[in-house]
Design a protein around this ligand. Structure first.
Ligand code: HEM
Ligand SMILES: [Ca+2]
Length: 381
């Protein structure tokens, strides 16, 4: 079905890919209480973004191959290192959540002004090098045309599809910020220790309801988590010197075996010391992450049964959420209803996730005449 979805992209159809039979059953589901259209309303008052001036295939004349170039580069990178997909998806979230999808997260610090990159919640962000690689392909084809903000949303979309998630249509025409918002990022990016009311408030202030919030967190079905984000849950929850009592015992032991308390034995990835040939392409020269911090795989059971999404929600129902913030989704009546719904109906999840990603990708965008198109994504043009 991935192939079919990609055929659809080429035509840039403004459609969501799900089967008619599914959407029929969705619209009669008892928990649907509002029309299923995408709202572009951003409630946050300081966001001036106006996604209504985005267009499908914005670059159709100025850089007709832009989306194709991005797709092909992301695919080639993914074939070498599949962990680029979670990296790019998380990068998009961290950009869009802070002052909208304006590539502000990509800027380097200048003149001693902290950039978002330096904000503590962004310390483990990856994928900046990947954006640079994609952007230089575009600069070669059509210099100065495609914004870094569009590169980010389009690269994240390819990543989701490659990781087994749904494909969704995106409009383009975003422009890049001239500012980085380090302090805002430090205060406003959600923390893995947040409880449910905090998470709901944080997503709510950006226009996401509980259902959309639960579906977006399904992104945590791919990638890895540094042990440091869960150590307190495993060994000293809330200063009790004991693990989080809500965590399944067997799963606790599994996590403890991956993440020990003294931080001295990082589990090296088996592929880190290979005798690979000298780099002959951009993909080959990707830095191999040889100094590894101990990590837990979010999709340690593989991409098989259930694929992108379903396993994540099933594990939440079994008290096997890795982050506290994830497990909290089962602590509220409405959020738990959605966790259950997604755990049993993968097409419902895929559809909701696609819609929520479209909404995320349109948050607080800058369009002409505001903003600019950066040449190098880490620097103001
Ligand atoms: C309450 C909201 C959220 C919190 C507190 C949160 C927190 C985290 C943390 C602590 C990690 C581990 C990072 C690391 O070890 O380097 C992580 C990973 C990740 N997050 Fe989230 N996250 C949230 C929501 C989201 C959303 C909405 C998305 C995307 C739509 C997302 C996508 C990802 C991905 C893909 C990874 C794996 C990154 C990788 O392996 O490179 N997260 N998140
Ligand atoms: Ca931003």
């Amino acid at each position: 079905s991935l192939k079919k979805e990609n055929a659809e992209t080429k035509k840039n159809l403004p459609t969501i890919i799900w089967s008619p039979s599914n959407s029929a059953s969705i619209s009669t589901a008892p928990w649907i209480s509002r029309p299923m259209f995408l709202s572009n309303t951003v409630k946050k008052s300081q966001e001036v973004g106006d996604s209504s001036s985005l267009e499908y295939d914005f670059y159709r004349e100025s850089c007709p191959d832009a989306e194709k170039i991005i797709r092909s580069r992301v695919r080639r990178l993914y074939n070498v290192r599949s962990n680029i997909a979670p990296a790019l998806l998380r990068l998009l979230f961290h950009d869009c959540f802070i002052e909208g999808c304006d590539a502000s997260v990509l800027l380097d610090a200048i003149d001693g002004i902290d950039s978002e990159k330096e904000a503590p919640p962004n310390e483990t962000l990856k994928g900046f090098d990947l954006i640079d690689i994609i952007k230089s392909d575009l600069e070669e084809a059509c210099p100065g045309i495609v914004s870094c903000a569009d590169v980010l949303v389009l690269a994240a979309r390819e990543s989701v599809a490659l990781a087994g998630g749904p494909f969704y249509p995106l409009q383009t025409g975003r422009r890049d910020s001239t500012l980085s918002f380090g302090e805002t990022a430090a205060f406003e990016l959600p923390s893995p220790q947040d409880d449910l009311p905090k998470t709901i408030a944080s997503f709510g202030s950006r226009g996401f309801d509980e259902r959309e919030t639960v579906s977006l967190l399904g992104a945590h079905s791919i990638g890895t988590i540094n042990c440091k984000f869960i150590l307190s849950r495993l060994y000293n929850f809330d200063g009790t010197d004991k693990p989080d009592p809500t965590l399944d015992t067997e799963f606790l032991n599994l996590l403890r075996s991956r993440c020990n308390n003294n931080h001295t034995s990082p589990s090296l990835s088996p592929s880190s010391a290979d005798g690979s040939p000298p780099p002959s392409s951009v993909e080959d020269s990707l830095p191999s992450s040889s100094i590894q911090e101990p990590k837990v795989e979010m999709d340690y059971k593989g991409r098989g049964s259930g694929g992108f999404g379903m396993l994540y929600y099933r594990r939440l129902l079994q008290a096997k959420g890795i982050l506290y913030v994830d497990q909290q989704l089962t602590a509220g009546e409405e959020t738990e209803t959605w966790v259950r719904a997604y755990a049993s109906d993968v097409s419902l999840f895929r559809r909701d996730f696609a819609l929520a990603m479209m909404k995320l990708s349109n948050l607080g965008v800058l369009t002409a005449p505001t903003g600019q198109v950066r040449i190098t994504c880490s620097k103001v043009a």
